[in-house]
Design a protein around this ligand. Structure first.
Ligand code: PEP
Ligand code: MG
Length: 885
């Protein structure tokens, strides 16, 4: 069949699809790959991802061809293992697991020990010589199958187990003997019959197809949908299903199971890292039921833990495992995340994949691997997700600050976070939507908590190791996480937590240090990050490989400073109206806006001129020698109008005009649609004295800085919201005239440019003509998106989410450029503009200038630079390099 592939036992398919992640999923591809390089992989079959869509579209049925192909695959597994599926004497047991193109941790369901029933459990007991193991496996299977496939609540099973232990006076699962498990199996079957109205399926074929169907259906589950949305994974990909012979880590003290990384996923350090449990099945390690032990002697000693590491307890199996780690890293040229089982001393590999990692670890590994000769610089650049750098660009805890440490857990995901404690995911989401910083505090997390983890600034759990759900998901999301803080107990009834003798109520502020596991009371102060070490190295490589320049959107000297430290090569957008909001100025601005005539405006502008000049001076000093694009006033005027009575009174005092007079004037200026109203260059056309003042402030400041430092800035004066050539013609003449006046007064001339923003569809269409007047274009894709889509950027939040959910736009078009639509206007304007003026400088300064997908488009379109907010500058540098490679 084209849809079913075999692996293991020497089966190496010549069909390239058998190792193609898009067809067999990540897990299937890697199992086939591992088997083909001779690693010990239990035999299995993979049903392709294409069947997922077919199944969900075709009324949830499987056709005869597929059934036959799966049957042939089961035969393959039987022949390799020498066991038979459903055979009472020598039963084959299988695992059924999902595997999408990319790993979706905790999102999809797994069934282990499938093939057990009342008859085969006896065969398993006889064959293994271990009745306890057989009945333990059977009860695990019933519970897992009931939960995942039959949709029954797992609590009843857990309660029954607790009661069984209590009745027998046991504290621990390991005290349960064969007859206890057997009795529990009886109870489990009774629970199923009662809840379901029919008995637990004894037919192994029914079990198998039920599990396969459940995997495909789980692709459509709510939690899978949430994860896909957060990670931009298309619904159409589907998941594959892997059916694989079981191997048992719970066959006594020579058996074990574990998960491992070939390098430390939190720090990136080149050291094996992992957790394992003797006499356990895979789920025990990740579910946090038993506390996993350290894999290596070194890690155990570093943690001061007692239980023996695998390196000490099972030296032979460990040595083989370490050898496999080396082979896998060489083969995949990347850090691997591995699941393994040791069955009675023999090692089996159950999974390998490129491991999730923190941004810090990703950087260290990429840089180290270039040093080791494993990958080249271009691969290192490609391997880092630019958005993940965000994690490293934010403040970390001030090392000098005092810490009121409540307790210590595991450093599961690095970074610092402060916020109010919340105890459930829904509350976390609600409060975060309100703008609160929250820390999600849970006993442990499960896939149902994903939305709350995403909303939270940080995550704290009482249970679970470094590979627990909370740890894995938090690392993937870039949220700081402290897991396994075992001194923490949570009382959901009173919504309080207790650590030792300290009580924490919901809403209390705590701070997490995900890098060392500290949980602290209150908010601990932070310091700004620095781009040094591996980050610096990678940035140097990125700069070497990129073509586009990266500028910043900034209007305060502090922002400019931050941006320069992050590598900004100039300012792409200085929004002068933002400078007007500062305390003490707003009054003069309001005076200017509300003035009845030119004389009144000029009086107010005269007060603003020295302020603007000193602002520009400060920016020019920070950006010495670099281009600085200053946009003349652009806001819809209503943003500056007074609203409250007190504001009117204050203004009345400052101007000597009556409150009523001012209110009437404000009423006259009211606009129904300010975004399309009296803003942008329309202000300059109607009130030229405003732009005159701004131009004067720019050139006076530039001349003064040039005189003082000799390092002349390169002002680029930018006219906003232009639609026609004539607008620009008029305003350019104005700017040139003022420049000439200032240069004459100051006795020096400076290079400068006048250009325009392309923010309106008409401007894009008329770019050929407009370029006759403009030395540069800067695409203002915020307004260009607003005006092209006819979607108000200030009101879109109310309806854009459902639009994205329904696939009307693939992503929020104000975050990631609508390349298909708005992108056409950008391309067309670039082409027409350059036809008129071949050396026309082209840039982008909308929010999209910091979005990697949009940056890739800018590279393709041949723009000269992108401009992003200061903290996005390193992201843009990396994304620009990736786009150029
Ligand atoms: C734009 O419209 O894209 C732009 C950068 O200007 P603003 O966001 O200030 O309107
Ligand atoms: Mg704009």
């Amino acid at each position: 069949s084209a849809y079913v592939f075999h692996f293991g036992g020497g089966a190496v398919s010549s069909d390239p699809r058998s190792k193609d992640k898009t067809i067999v999923g990540g897990k299937g591809a890697n199992l086939a790959e591992m088997a083909s390089i001779g690693l010990p992989v239990p035999p299995g079959l993979t049903i392709s991802t294409e069947v997922c869509a077919l199944y969900n579209e075709n009324g949830k049925t499987f056709d005869a061809d597929l059934r036959a192909a799966v049957a042939a695959g089961v035969k393959h597994i039987e022949s390799v293992t020498g066991r038979s599926f459903g055979d009472a004497a020598n039963p084959l047991l299988v695992s059924v697991r999902s595997g999408a193109r990319v790993s979706m941790p905790g999102m999809m369901d797994t069934v282990l020990n499938l093939g057990l029933n009342d008859a085969t459990v006896e065969g398993l007991a006889a064959g293994s010589g271990d009745a306890r193991f057989a009945w333990d496996s059977y009860r695990r299977f019933i519970q897992m199958y009931s939960d995942v496939v039959l949709g029954l609540d797992h609590h009843r099973f857990e309660d029954a187990l607790e009661i069984a232990k209590e009745d027998n006076g046991f504290f621990n699962d390991v005290e349960m003997q064969a007859e206890h498990w057997q009795a529990l199996v009886g109870e489990y079957k009774a629970i199923v019959a009662e809840e379901l109205g029919r008995p637990f399926p004894q037919d192994v074929e029914e079990q198998l197809w039920g599990a396969i169907a459940a995997v495909f259906e789980s692709w459509e589950s709510d939690r899978a949908k949430v994860y896909r949305k957060l990670n931009d994974i298309p619904q159409s990909w589907g998941t594959a299903v892997n059916v694989q012979a079981m191997v048992f880590g719970n066959m006594g003290d020579t058996s074990a199971t574990g998960v491992a990384f070939t390098r430390d996923p939190a720090t990136g350090e080149k050291a094996y890292y992992g957790e394992w449990l003797v006499n356990a099945q895979g789920e025990d390690v990740v579910a946090g039921i038993r506390t996993p032990q350290y894999l290596t002697l070194r890690a155990r000693e570093a943690a001061g833990a007692k239980p023996l590491s695998m390196e000490e307890a099972m030296p032979a199996a460990y040595a083989e495992l370490a050898h496999v780690f080396e082979l896998l890293e060489k083969h995949y040229k990347d850090m691997q995340d591995i699941e393994f089982t040791v069955e009675q001393g023999k090692l089996f590999m159950l999974q390998t994949r490129s491991g999730k990692r923190t941004a810090k670890a990703a950087l260290k590994m990429a840089v180290d691997m270039v040093g080791e000769g494993l990958i080249d610089e271009a691969t290192a650049i490609r391997r880092i997700d630019p958005m993940a750098l965000d994690q490293l660009l934010h403040p970390t805890l001030d090392p000098k600050a005092t810490r009121d440490v409540l307790t210590k857990g595991l450093p599961a995901s690095p970074g610092a976070a402060s916020g109010a404690v919340v105890f459930d995911a829904d509350t976390a989401q609600t409060l975060a939507e309100r703008g609160d910083a929250v820390i999600l505090v849970r006993v442990e997390t499960s896939p149902e908590d994903i939305h709350g983890m995403h909303a939270a600034k940080g995550i704290l759990t009482a249970r679970g190791g470094m590979t627990s759900h909370a740890a894995v998901v938090a690392r993937g999301m870039g949220r700081p996480c402290v897991s396994g803080a075992s001194a923490l107990s949570i009382d959901m009834k009173t919504r309080t937590a207790r650590i030792g003798n300290r009580e924490i109520a919901e809403g209390d502020v705590i701070t997490l240090d995900g890098s060392n596991g500290d949980v602290m009371a209150g908010k601990v102060p932070t310091v700004e990050p620095e781009l040094v070490g591996d980050f610096g190295t990678l940035m140097v490589w990125a700069d070497k490989h990129r073509r586009m320049k990266v500028r910043t959107n900034a209007e305060t000297p502090l922002d400019c400073q931050v941006a320069r430290q992050f590598g900004a090569e100039g300012i792409g957008l200085c929004r002068t109206e933002h400078m007007f909001f500062e305390a003490g100025r707003i009054s003069a601005v309001r005076q200017m806006i509300l003035a009845e005539d030119e004389a009144g405006r000029r009086a107010a502008l005269a007060k603003l001129l020295p302020e603007q000049r000193s602002d520009f001076q400060a920016i020019f000093e920070v950006m010495a020698g670099l281009p600085v694009t200053i946009r003349l006033l652009d806001p819809p005027l209503h943003e500056f109008l007074p609203h409250a009575d007190a504001e009117f009174e204050e203004l009345a005092e400052a101007t000597g005009l009556g409150v009523n007079h001012l209110k009437r004037r404000a009423g006259e200026l009211h606009e129904f649609n300010p975004m399309l109203g009296h803003r942008g260059c329309r202000l300059g056309i109607t009130f030229p004295e405003i732009y005159e003042m701004q131009a004067r402030a720019i050139f006076e400041a530039a001349c003064d800085v040039a005189a003082a430092s000799g390092d002349a800035p390169i002002p680029e004066v930018m006219i906003p919201l232009v639609a026609t050539k004539r607008e620009l013609e008029i305003l350019r003449a104005l700017v040139d005239r003022v420049a000439g006046e200032v240069f004459a007064e100051k006795g020096r001339t400076l290079d400068y440019m006048v250009g325009t923003m392309i923010e309106l569809p008409r401007a894009a269409l008329m770019a050929g003509e407009i370029a006759e007047e403009a030395k540069f274009f800067s695409f203002g894709t915020n307004d260009l998106t607003q005006t092209t889509l006819g979607v108000s950027r200030d009101d879109a939040a109310r309806f854009l989410n459902p639009y994205v959910d329904q696939g009307i736009y693939p992503r929020d078009p104000f975050v990631s450029l609508d390349i298909e639509g708005v992108g056409q206007l950008v391309e067309l304007a670039a082409e027409r503009g350059r036809k008129t003026r071949p050396d026309l400088k082209l840039g982008i300064c909308g929010e999209h200038g910091g979005d990697p997908a949009s940056i890739a488009f800018c590279e393709k379109t041949g723009l000269d630079y992108v401009s992003a907010s200061p903290y996005r500058v390193p992201i843009a540098r990396l994304a620009a390099a990736q786009a150029a490679l």
